[in-house]
Design a protein around this ligand. Structure first.
Ligand SMILES: Nc1ncnc2c1ncn2[C@@H]1O[C@H](COP(=O)(O)OP(=O)(O)O)[C@@H](O)[C@H]1O
Ligand SMILES: [Mg+2]
Length: 362
């Protein structure tokens, strides 16, 4: 049985401000689910509804088959770690981590054991007697996580726990969270972020939230390789997937699209006779474009380049009906700016969208 189930869940603030609707999701025990989406799409709201900090205004939340809508937060078997980790400044790391258990009137032996176990899992043993002010940002965030571990909840909820850390610490702490999850295979984690790299690296499955609902649920690579719609196609992957408008002129096992700017693209996605004439967008990731001598799907003059070392990003301006485009070529390419470049893509890498939805699964 799925551990945590959301059924037709919705959230309306006040009488009429609907923020989320039609949220249907089944999360299995041991998964690390990441909610990702643009700022303001309702990620925190959904997490807070699961935690019990926000009322569920429609639908049902169950955990292990038990309806949770009206169960108080402390009785849901859930612990939540926030972006801003408010530690008690006058308490040591050990006291901070022990606090919730003390309130719950656990024995000293029990508390010590739980704190020592959490400290070991988070490599906090050397700091147990320090005050928070004597810790780095990353260490403080680990103490905040440690506070939730000592309670040994069934479900961990994280709301952008790394966004206050600098870039290097973010990577290090991200890897620690991955290790922590591995050490607790029977615990479920739900992790909110707007950072798609965090989502791709941590998640067993990603839930993309947009337009008040779920845009797609899948493993990181499913979302990357087979996005269901243009939103997910452009949200996952950086720089974003190029979308080029056109019309289907050839159908069958492969699909031919006459592009609005005059070139022709071929996609390995099959279509049927009745698709002929449909107005579509083809989608091509910058990294799937390759320079070509023969029939390109795009040709243009390089407007700007960014050399990142391992790759070079190549930008084409929108001109004479040809859309703006981004390509990502492996390695270093000096002196490309101002040059004419023709680009092609393997048909297997050419996505096809009709009315915003992928034509792959119909
Ligand atoms: N108490 C509230 N009253 C009205 N609207 C709210 C309230 N809290 C959040 N919202 C709105 O709900 C939407 C989702 O917010 P939030 O869940 O914080 O987004 P995210 O975490 O994805 O950035 C936003 O448009 C926000 O303005
Ligand atoms: Mg938020």
């Amino acid at each position: 049985m799925a551990e945590l189930v959301l059924r037709d869940v919705e959230k309306t603030y006040g009488k009429s401000v609907q923020v989320l609707r039609d949220i249907n999701l089944e999360i299995e025990t041991g998964e690390l689910i990441v909610f990702v989406g643009p700022s303001g799409c309702g990620k925190s709201t959904l997490l807070r509804m699961i935690a019990g900090l926000e009322r569920i205004t429609g639908g049902e939340l169950t955990i292990e088959g038990q309806r949770m809508n009206d169960v108080p937060p402390a009785q849901r078997g859930i612990a939540m770690v926030f972006q801003s980790y408010a530690l008690y400044p006058h308490m040591t790391v050990r006291e901070n981590m022990a606090f919730a258990l003390k309130l719950a009137k656990k024995s000293k032996a029990e508390i010590d054991e739980a704190v020592d176990r959490a400290a070991a899992a988070l490599q906090l043993e050397p700091y147990l007697d320090r005050l928070p002010k004597a810790l780095s940002g990353g260490q403080r965030q680990r103490v905040a996580i440690g506070r939730s571990i000592v309670r040994d909840p069934k479900v961990y909820l994280f709301d952008e726990p790394l966004s206050n850390l600098d870039a290097a610490l973010r990577v290090a702490t991200r890897i620690e969270i991955a290790h922590l999850k591995e050490a607790m295979p029977d615990r479920t984690m739900i992790y909110v972020t707007h950072d798609q790299v965090e989502a791709m690296t941590l998640a067993t499955r990603i839930v993309v939230l947009a337009n008040k609902g779920i845009a797609q649920v899948g493993t990181p690579l499913e979302l990357y390789e087979t996005p269901d719609n243009e939103f997910v196609a452009q949200f996952i992957g950086s720089p974003a997937m190029n979308l080029l408008p056109g019309k289907i002129t050839g159908t069958g096992e492969q699909t031919t699209v006459e592009l609005a700017h005059g070139e022709v693209a071929v996609s390995a996605i099959p279509t049927t006779e009745e698709d002929k004439g449909k107005i579509v967008n083809i989608g091509v990731r910058p990294e799937d474009l390759v320079p070509t001598e023969d029939t390109p799907l795009f040709r243009g003059r390089v407007d700007f380049t960014e050399a990142l070392g391992e790759v070079t990003l190549i930008y084409f301006e929108e001109v004479n009906g040809a859309p703006a485009m981004t390509a990502k070529l492996p390695g270093i390419h000096r002196d490309l700016r101002g040059n004419d470049v023709s680009l092609a893509a393997d048909p297997a890498k050419v996505h096809l969208f009709h009315k915003g939805q992928s034509m792959r699964r119909r």
